[in-house]
Ligand binder design. Sequence first.
Ligand code: IMP
Length: 182
Amino acid sequence: MADKPYVIDEMISAKAIAARIEALCREIVSEFSDTEKLVVVGLLRGSFVFIADLVRELDLPIEVDFLEASSYGNSTESSREVRILKDLRNAIEGRDVLVVEDIVDTGYTLSHVTNLLRSRKPARLKTIALLDKPSRREVEFRADWIGFEIPDAFVVGYGIDYAQRNRNLPFIGKVRFTEPAS
Ligand code: IMP
């Protein structure tokens, strides 16, 4: 699958992403204006570009931590079974937490991760995802903030990969498989 030829069509420009992040950060700052120190948790690896841009727009005292959950491997289909590959470094009991995800697709990853983190009794637990594909949902999950709702397409760029490639594109692009030339 991963070596089938494909092209990438731009779907969301770098400029549009930056503008959306600015607007989202105004809402997040107002939600957490009373926080002592917000723990911003990035879900590896897809959120690493998003979290980097997000935290630089957040005028709040923050701490950054990372958690890695299993994802698609080298395919374009969810495994539906979520495993924690790397846990948080620090305890979150009594803390304000913002979980940062690249995409909500079937919903399995964020619902599993938020259930796990909620069991650790944070004071507040909120979620933000850059992209949401609501038509693909298999378990109920709604992030508190969404950058963009997109249709059922496989996307790459801005930290998001296809078989570990294309994370370094500055925009979000749609993968379009092409037939090999005969
Ligand atoms: P969910 O558990 O199905 O909601 O999937 C969430 C994870 O699947 C995301 O964090 C991504 O790693 C991956 N994913 C979902 N859709 C895409 C896509 O279009 N491109 C690349 N990865 C995706």
